[in-house]
Write a protein of this length. Structure first.
Length: 488
């Protein structure tokens, strides 16, 4: 049977696969490093556990359920069974791999807590989404905004900061992503969730700031409450202050665009974090430059923290590619999508990576690494790709809403026209109260397509019972773009 899907459903599917794959790779890296495996299982199941590991196992899988629900087709009911299956399958793959590592342990309790974390993430999304899924397009897309993509990508970065830090002082680097997340959340709340100037209780902002802090900062601080609690307070305070500042800026401005000013505010902070992270500790520079093709200099042991610090740089450059793509897209508009624009993005990422590796060469402990340079460049390309997927999904959602609103207006006009006709006119056979709208066969919709989460739920279909042609101006081509066939 053939059924027709909306273009937004295809973009959601592509985005979901990409982001979930990225999260799965990050979690696998964290739980399997330093990647020393045997050819046969080296141990069995263990029943050893502690409360810290249990909580961290739950929190680290919350993003899976959240992102899965985020990228599902709009208006579809929650599929809790699939969320549980996603969490269980990902966790099971990791637990099986740990059987072959002498430095890791496999536990059924880990499987249960990971799966529970994915379910909690899906529930959290449903609770937050109910606060923003309204008729207003700007507000309804708050959680899918490309700017919010940075908030999601900052989470695994925080985890790697904590795992790669051998001192409490370095662990404080996690406060930089905390400030960035709070800034973005405050901007989105003022510009999209509550765009009116009326003072209201910022419940959504408080919930998202505290929730993000729990998922990102508690594992990032390795359970150290002396870092996690101040980090949470800093995230919340930054979000509230940015919310106030954005509202004042919007009142004075002629535009509602808030993304570019926010990126300009974040870039210096993120550049400072990159430098501190790559060169830590900042003392001990040598006049002699050291470099290697491998990840580590000869004689330097690749311990778990060393591997995590290298992976932290890779994750950090995923955000570099994402931020660079969004910044240029906001600043230059369509010109940024040309081949020349893309080459400039690659050049910016390469320049940042080469600069950091050159500086690392003067530190005996790390040294410059060609392998790490190539990995960071690849990560920047992944970040750029994720931004393009996120932007395409938001555009498809906006186009779908615009088309269905035009169909709604056309149906109202058709109903009014029919009501003005004599009663002896042709029988429509269907009540034209927007529960069902019949559109011309030229649109090519031979099966029912339901448009959820609209002001009215619309069922758009073709049929022989069409006494009144509901025309949508010249939108036939756009309709083909919105509704695409797929085999099932």
């Amino acid at each position: 049977m053939n059924r027709y899907r909306r273009a937004a459903d295809f973009t959601a599917l592509r985005l979901s696969r990409a982001v979930l794959a990225y999260l799965a790779v990050m979690v696998a890296i964290i739980t399997l490093a330093p990647f020393r495996f045997e050819s046969a299982p080296v141990h069995g199941l263990t029943a050893i556990w502690n409360w810290q590991d249990l909580i961290l196992n739950v929190l680290m899988f919350v993003p899976f359920g959240f992102v899965y629900q985020l990228t599902r087709p709009r208006g579809t009911p929650a599929n809790w069974a699939r969320v549980l299956l996603l969490g269980a399958a990902t966790s099971a793959a990791i637990e099986v791999a740990q059987l072959f590592s002498s430095e890791r342990y496999t536990s059924l309790l880990d499987l249960a807590t990971n799966t529970s974390g994915a379910l909690l993430g899906a529930i959290a999304f449903r609770l937050l989404a109910t606060r923003v899924q309204e008729d207003d397009t700007v507000r309804s897309l708050a959680l899918e905004l490309p700017l919010m993509g940075l908030v999601y990508l900052l989470i695994p970065l925080c985890w790697l900061i904590g795992l790669g830090s051998e001192s409490e002082l370095r662990r404080l680097l996690v406060l930089a992503p905390a400030i960035m997340a709070g800034t973005i959340l405050g901007t989105v709340h003022a510009g999209h969730v509550r765009p009116d100037a009326r003072p209201t209780w910022p419940g959504w902002l408080i919930a998202t700031s505290v929730g993000w802090s729990l998922v990102a900062l508690l594992p990032g601080a390795m359970g150290d409450l002396t870092v996690a609690i101040p980090g949470t307070a800093l995230t919340l305070a930054t979000a509230l202050l940015r919310d106030i500042g954005t509202r004042h800026a919007l009142q004075r401005s002629q535009t509602r665009r808030v993304e570019l000013p926010t990126l300009r505010l974040l870039l210096p902070l993120y550049a400072a974090y990159l430098a501190c992270s790559a060169l830590w500790p900042l003392t001990g520079a040598s006049p002699v430059w050291h470099g290697t093709l491998a990840l580590a200099l000869p004689g330097v042991e690749m311990t778990q923290p060393f591997v995590y610090r290298a992976l932290e740089q890779v994750a950090a450059f995923t955000l570099v590619g994402y931020m660079a793509a969004e910044y240029r897209g906001r600043e230059r508009g369509p010109r940024a999508r040309t081949l020349r624009g893309m080459s400039k993005l690659v050049g910016w990422s390469a320049a940042a990576s080469i600069l950091l590796q050159t500086a690392r060469g003067f530190y005996d402990r790390d040294g410059a690494s060609l392998s790490l340079l190539l990995l960071t460049l690849s990560a920047a390309a992944v970040g750029h790709w994720l931004y393009l997927l996120q932007r395409a999904h938001v555009r498809a959602l906006v186009q779908r809403r615009a088309l269905l609103e035009r169909l709604s207006r056309a149906a109202r006009d058709a109903a009014a026209e029919y009501a003005s006709r004599p009663t002896s006119g042709p029988d429509v056979g269907v009540d034209l109260d927007l529960d069902e709208i019949f559109v011309p066969d030229e649109l090519g919709l031979h099966h029912g397509v339901r448009g959820e989460n609209m002001p009215e739920a619309l069922t758009v279909r073709t049929g022989d019972r069409l006494p009144i042609a509901v025309h949508v101006a010249d939108e036939h081509t756009r309709a083909h773009d919105i509704f695409k066939p797929s085999a099932e």
